[in-house]
Design a protein around this ligand. Structure first.
Ligand code: PMP
Length: 317
């Protein structure tokens, strides 16, 4: 925990995990100045807890802070807090590859003020909780055509609570219709693909890997960046561009749509079994026939455990 007052971060401390009180007029409760990150620490083959690209999370937290008119958190404070806390909590990390300690850093506005303006006081907290290997079964997606998660110029690129609040109703409706998650589309025509739930989305078309370009409305996933970097290095043709739904449906009709998968810290890779767009429902090939996404999951899980060489210095003590 650390507090921001009079223009500086003060009193960084570790306290027992327990409820705390805030004032009913705390600005975060009313105006949504609240940002967060989702990370995992896992054990390498020597039993040492390791982080994955922690400085990227620190930078993204600060990018979110900047959009939400919140103060920068010094990267050293973020990293020190992470190390101190995970040092204490590492007993919770199961040794199996894929298991991890989930880490939730977050920052929120604590000023007691009822007018709309940026808060002058903030609190930053990190807490952790163990998670087992994330065996996600292939998911069924529906392209959302009524609601939007984010628009260019909005807060979509920030990891801020309001984006998730906006996603709850459409996700609930989709689940009631038997889908696992919605695929977010652009707000003008509902034709261009953005992302999925808490994941970025990738398509494999005739051996080429295609993902929506970040357009100001998509969260810049750290797993997305990792996957793009690894695939390029392994010689895959990787294309970041606006992705029109008709292009995906046409590729499917030609028999060239080989895979759809989501990427994110929690699942690493989530395979898509089925995609619905209006009346069209397309079914993707079985996992055994997929070449790209199972390999990516193996690389990333393997890098984290030390089984696969990490040539980028992404996995850090
Ligand atoms: N999009 C959204 C909306 C998310 O919440 C997440 C999870 N942070 C992602 C994409 C994937 O990002 P990352 O790979 O950094 O976990």
């Amino acid at each position: 925990v650390a507090d921001y007052e009079d223009g500086e971060w003060i009193n960084p401390r570790i306290v027992p995990f327990e409820p705390f009180t805030i004032h009913p007029a705390s600005m975060v409760l009313h105006y949504g100045q609240s940002i967060f990150e989702g990370m995992k620490a896992s054990k390498n083959l020597d039993g040492q807890p390791m982080f994955f690209r922690p400085e990227m999370h620190a930078k993204r937290l600060n990018a979110s802070a900047s959009r939400m008119c919140m103060p920068d958190l010094p990267e050293e404070l973020f990293l020190e807090g992470l190390h101190a806390l995970v040092g204490l909590d590492q007993g919770w990390i199961p040794p199996q590859e894929g298991s991890a300690l989930y880490i939730r850093p977050f920052m929120f506005a604590t000023d007691e003020f009822i007018g709309v303006r940026p808060s002058s006081k903030y609190r930053f907290i990190i807490f952790t909780g163990p998670v087992g290997p994330y065996y996600s079964r292939p998911v069924r997606l529906v392209a959302e055509q009524t609601y939007v998660r984010a628009v260019a110029g909005g807060t979509g690129e920030a990891k801020t609570s309001g984006n998730y609040a906006a996603s709850l109703l459409p996700a609930k409706i989709a689940q009631e219709k038997g889908y696992d998650q919605v695929m977010w589309m652009d707000s003008r025509e509902f034709k261009y693909v953005q992302e999925v739930g808490t994941m970025n989305i990738f398509f494999v078309i005739n051996g080429k890997v295609v993902t929506p370009a970040t357009d100001g409305a998509i969260l810049k996933g750290i797993t997305r960046d990792t996957v793009l970097t690894l695939l390029k290095e392994k010689g895959f043709e990787v294309i970041e561009k606006p992705v029109h739904i008709d292009e995906i449906l046409a590729a499917h009709d030609r028999g060239e749509l080989e895979e759809i998968f989501g990427t994110g810290t929690a699942a690493v890779v989530s395979h898509v079994a089925e995609l619905a767009y209006g009346d069209r429902v397309i079914t993707l090939p079985p996992i055994e026939d997929r070449k790209v996404s199972p390999m990516i999951k193996d690389w990333i899980d393997g890098m984290r455990s030390g089984r696969v060489e990490d040539t980028h210095g992404w996995v850090q003590e």
